[in-house]
Design a protein around this ligand. Sequence first.
Ligand SMILES: C[S@@+](CC[C@H](N)C(=O)[O-])C[C@H]1O[C@@H](n2cnc3c(N)ncnc32)[C@H](O)[C@@H]1O
Length: 236
Amino acid sequence: MYSDVFCRVYNEFGWNYYPEAFGEQLLKWLAAHSLQPKSALDLACGTGVLCRILQAAGIRSRGMDLSEGMIAIARAESPEIPYDVADMVTYRPEMHFELVTCTGDALNHIEDLSDVGRIFENVHACLAPGGLFVFDLLHEQEISTAEPFELEFDDTITARFQITCPAQDRVHLQTQVFENGVHRFTEDIFERVHDRFAVLALLEQAGFGLVSCAHRLCDDGGEVATWYIIARKPAR
Ligand SMILES: C[S@@+](CC[C@H](N)C(=O)[O-])C[C@H]1O[C@@H](n2cnc3c(N)ncnc32)[C@H](O)[C@@H]1O
C-alpha cells in the first residue's frame, strides 16, 4: 500500500487540495471557538500538507504515516517538522499534544473496527486533558462506482484511476501508470466504509466526549461526501 511510485503520483496529481481545504476549515473552526492549540499530531499525515498548514499557523506540529514514500516527501518538503514512520494502530508517542488530526479517509484505510478503537485509545493517551481529536470518515451515502479517468503526468506518463465498490461498505481505488502507452505499474487501495454510529460508540468507549459530527467543519465549506468528527478528551 502506498508504494514509492504511487506516492509520487499522489503528490504530483494534486490530491493536496483535500488537506489544504481541511486545514483552512480547521483553523477557521478553532478561531471561531477562540482556541489556539500549541501542539498538534497529524496521524496518517501523508505528504505532510496539514502539518505544514498547522505549523505555519503557529501550532508546533508532528506527523506520522505508515508509508515510507509519503514520509520521504513530507520530510523533503518540511525538514523542520518531525515525522515518524509507524502504524497508527500501535503508535503511541510519549509526548502530549493539544490537537490530534486524522484526515483524507485515513481511518477508512483501517479494515477492522476494533483497530479503529485501538487508534482512539492511542489518541486519548497522547492528548493533553481538554485536547481535541478531529478526523474525517467517508460518508456512506456518497460511495459509488465512478467512471475511470486519466491524467497526464507529462508527454510520456499517464495515470488511469478507477473507483469501484466491490461491496456496499468497500471502496477500491485502482491506479494504473502507463509510460508511452505501456503499462508499468498498478496500485490497489482498499477502503472500508465504517458505520459512523459504531465509530462514535468507540470514541465514547475510549473516553472522548463528542463535540460534533457533521457534513462540514464550518458552515461555509468542506466536502459533503465526508463526515467531520470533533471529539474532546475531558479536561480532568
Ligand atoms: C488518502 S491518504 C491521506 C493523507 C493525508 N492525511 C492527507 O489528507 O493528505 C491516506 C494515508 O493513510 C496512510 N495510512 C494508511 N493506513 C495507515 C496506518 N495503519 N497507519 C498510518 N498511516 C496509514 C497512508 O499511507 C496514506 O498516507
